[in-house]
Design a protein around this ligand. Structure first.
Ligand code: SF4
Ligand code: SF4
Length: 193
């Protein structure tokens, strides 16, 4: 049986038992929702920092995965979903490989992005990427400089993707339409103009 420390202060002891006690804008359901969407045990994070130490984005930006893990555990929904750093994860999964608690921080971030998107909080460049994929099948469409480089290297100007087989773009459109992604991106982008 776990031992409990006697602080001689019932009010403090009650607070220490409640991991949500110190924030007015805590949403207890946020932690559960992140765990459900991300299918990972975020509440087991003990803030060791291995994730941030493994993260290629950390040395190049203000993004700190450990901070988002803390927000997930504490239910700090507004702080998490409105922070632009949420979109700086490259989804490389290094943190997930190395977390000593077998948590998937990457999937915590993906869950938070899903929740942010439900509230139309998505950076414009991500929305423009949706539009580009919809029309070309690529987030970064081919261009003349790239075509010239490919030919110089002895390759076809167009790679064997939707660039070379544009007839498959219709299939990509159907998938994106199924989720209403393009319409959503168009709507959010037009509202911001
Ligand atoms: S590596 Fe795992 S346990 Fe450590 S801070 Fe990151 S998510 Fe938490
Ligand atoms: S998956 Fe994201 S948070 Fe994790 S190490 Fe890679 S960039 Fe950093």
């Amino acid at each position: 049986m776990a031992r409990e420390k006697d602080y001689g202060n019932p009010s403090l002891e009650a607070k220490l038992k409640d991991r949500y006690y110190y924030s007015d804008d805590t949403n207890r359901d946020f932690t559960k929702e992140v765990e459900k969407i991300g299918r990972t045990i975020a509440h087991m994070c003990y803030q060791c920092g291995t994730c941030t130490g493994s993260c290629p984005s950390a040395p190049r930006s203000s993004y700190r995965i450990r901070l988002f893990m803390r927000r997930a555990v504490l239910g700090l929904e507004e702080e998490a979903l409105t922070d632009p750093d949420l979109w700086l994860c490259t989804t490389c999964y290094s943190c997930t490989d190395r977390c000593p608690r077998d948590i998937a921080p990457t999937d915590v971030i993906m869950a938070m992005r899903n929740l942010a998107a439900r509230r139309d909080i998505v950076p414009r460049n991500f929305l423009k990427t949706v539009q580009a994929i919809y029309t070309t099948g690529h987030g970064v469409p081919n261009n003349d400089v790239n075509r010239a480089a490919r030919v110089k290297l002895g390759m076809d100007a167009e790679p064997p993707t939707t660039c070379g087989f544009p007839e498959y773009i219709e299939g990509i459109k159907a998938i994106i339409d199924h989720y209403g992604l393009k319409d959503r991106a168009d709507k959010i982008l037009s509202e911001g103009e």
